[in-house]
Design a protein around this ligand. Structure first.
Ligand SMILES: CC(C)(COP(=O)(O)OP(=O)(O)OC[C@H]1O[C@@H](n2cnc3c(N)ncnc32)[C@H](O)[C@@H]1OP(=O)(O)O)[C@@H](O)C(=O)NCCC(=O)NCCS
Length: 211
């Protein structure tokens, strides 16, 4: 997706510029620190890989889930139930995790899930670890779900988002999701309304379906 690519390009350009300064031999200590920071940022950004979520990811995903959705975190059983429908020829779910391999050890830093049935997709969940926010990881996860919505032959994809979650709404709008209504008191126990958003999946010809 272009946004993720742009972000990656930007990071690479920063690192290259810093390398040029260092190669000139003119870099003061403060610039050397910048070089290291840029390299570290570039390495961290490039090390995040997406892959299918498996049952052994449930525990680290739950740790993120409890941090990011403290009021209404999913139970282990909910993830087990979703993953039970994610494999085989009759799969109706796509669950993906984002993983870094910093300092040689793997860490789950994001996850997302899509349910598909009867031409309709539903974003079940999407989340990125706080230290990844603004890096384009949310966009990468959503891109993965929308690619699978196409593979599942969905014509449209729906989602619910808290009315006060402007960060997530911005992400969804960027991908062409449009508000279509509210679900009052959808999020309990806080009694927060959900904004329902819809995305029309493009066909292989690149045209909108059932607009
Ligand atoms: C929503 C979430 C997945 C986004 O992940 P992310 O990695 O930050 O996403 P991206 O970096 O791809 O994009 C974030 C967008 O929010 C914007 N943004 C950043 N900080 C923001 C803020 N404080 N308020 C509003 N928008 C903000 C970014 O600018 C970007 O939009 P832009 O590219 O158009 O400028 C992540 O914030 C998250 O996990 N939040 C907690 C869980 C959650 O709320 N999930 C959604 C449930 S519906």
């Amino acid at each position: 997706m272009t946004d993720a690519t742009d972000a990656a390009d930007g990071t690479a350009a920063d690192v290259n510029a810093a390398d040029v300064n260092a190669a000139d031999g003119t870099a003061a200590d403060v610039n050397a620190a910048d070089v290291n920071a840029a390299r570290a940022a570039g390495a961290a950004a490039s090390a995040v890989a997406l892959r299918e979520m498996r049952w052994w990811d449930i525990e680290p995903v739950l740790a993120l889930e409890r941090d990011l959705f403290p009021e209404d975190a999913w139970s282990p059983g909910m993830f087990w139930s979703e993953l039970a429908h994610a494999r085989g020829p009759r799969a109706t779910r796509r669950y993906v995790v984002a993983e870094t391999t910093e300092s040689g050890s793997a860490r789950i830093v994001g996850y997302a899930g899509l349910a598909a049935a009867g031409g309709l997709g539903d974003v079940q969940t999407i989340a990125a670890a706080r230290d990844q926010w603004g890096t384009g990881l949310g966009a990468r996860l959503l891109t993965d779900l929308l690619q699978h919505a196409t593979a599942f032959e969905c014509e449209e994809v729906l989602l619910e988002v808290r009315v006060d979650n402007l960060r997530a709404q911005r992400l969804y709008e960027r991908f062409g999701f449009e508000p279509i209504g509210f679900r009052r008191g959808y999020y309990q126990p806080g009694n927060i309304d959900a904004l329902v958003m819809r995305h029309h999946v493009k066909t292989h010809q690149g045209t909108e379906t059932h607009g």
